[in-house]
Design a protein around this ligand. Structure first.
Ligand SMILES: O=C(O)CCC(=O)C(=O)O
Length: 267
């Protein structure tokens, strides 16, 4: 069983590749906690531009009502599919040189990008019930803690995640214990600032905290998976990945394997 009760946190080399000699230690710490924060991955100005692009296109969803193509994931909290286009069609986001080598090490060379969404909480949203994003593999409860990761979500905050805007509270190490309920202890609710990233394993219990601010709190979720895995519970009414043939053509050859499974017609 894991001894992790904190979320490990590392300062990255400011957008540069993390030296390979450190990968083993990072993977080990991540595997123990199932969640990890990486500070200073992107310049704040780059994420501010991304936030502006998000707001320009997806503000429509900032209403407290149901949408046919966005999943309600709690009170005043929605999962919105973000099209891979414009500023979102950027290798620095979907194959970030700091983060992607770590993700690839954890998921293997057959990794794909399984979905690209935002989770946006509106002002006044309440605590989200602690949950796992999807059922354990094979419903093989006893086996789950022994298995390596099969699905990891890279969270990119578009505004600071904190006690005012709302963050995500995690139970580090909870992927090492099979249970129908979250652990009987207080979760860790970290501050994750714009420019930083948070990576978590699909088997870790977590839940969003209230948005006490006056503005929506969008975070981008890039979910990477082993190529044989599909999320069959969260995308019954919306596409996990939206990209048209023109955008496909802009993806550098060396990154196409991430999207091949969702290759648009005519691409
Ligand atoms: O809103 C958050 O901070 C967490 C969202 C979440 O965990 C989810 O929708 O699965």
């Amino acid at each position: 069983m894991s001894g992790a009760i904190e979320i490990p946190r590392i300062r990255t080399p400011g957008g540069a590749v993390i030296p390979e000699v450190l990968h083993g230690e990072i993977v080990h710490r991540f595997a123990d906690a199932g969640v990890m924060i990486f500070d200073d991955v992107w310049p704040v100005s780059q994420i501010a531009d991304l936030h502006a692009a998000y707001s320009a296109t997806y503000m429509y969803y900032h209403q407290d009502r149901e949408f046919a193509d966005a999943l309600a994931v709690g009170d005043k909290r929605k999962m919105i599919t973000i099209a891979i286009e414009g500023r979102f069609n950027d290798p620095d986001i979907f194959a970030n040189p700091t983060m992607f080598p770590i993700i690839r090490k954890l998921l293997g060379d057959d990794v794909i990008l399984g979905s690209f969404v935002s989770v946006t909480s509106l002002p006044g949203s309440l605590d989200q019930k602690p949950h796992l994003d999807m059922p354990l593999l094979f419903e093989a409860e006893g086996m789950s803690p022994e298995l390596p990761s099969h699905s990891l979500t890279l969270v990119i905050p578009l505004v600071d995640m904190n006690a005012t805007n709302g963050t995500t509270a995690f139970f580090p190490g909870s992927h090492k214990v099979v249970a129908d309920e979250p652990p009987d202890r207080a979760p860790v609710a970290p501050d994750v600032l714009v420019g930083s990233a948070l990576l978590f394993d699909a088997r870790v219990w977590h839940g969003g905290t209230p948005n006490r601010s006056t503005a929506p709190r969008p975070v981008l979720y890039s979910t990477y998976q082993r190529s044989w895995f599909r999320d069959t519970v969260n995308f019954l009414s919306q596409s996990p990945l939206v990209m048209d043939a023109t955008e496909w053509a802009k993806i550098p050859e060396q990154h196409r394997f991430l999207f091949d499974w969702a290759r648009p017609p005519q691409a």
